[in-house]
Design a protein. Structure first.
Length: 33
């Protein structure tokens, strides 16, 4: 039963994608500013 590991990996991957998107947004805002 390695289901928890599987879901954890998806969760971490999803979170890092959001973090990258947020970082890019903040960078764009800083450049515009």
């Amino acid at each position: 039963m390695n289901n928890n590991n599987f879901y954890f990996t998806i969760f971490v991957g999803h979170t890092s994608k959001i973090a990258v998107k947020t970082g890019k947004k903040l960078t764009n805002m800083a450049v515009d500013f």
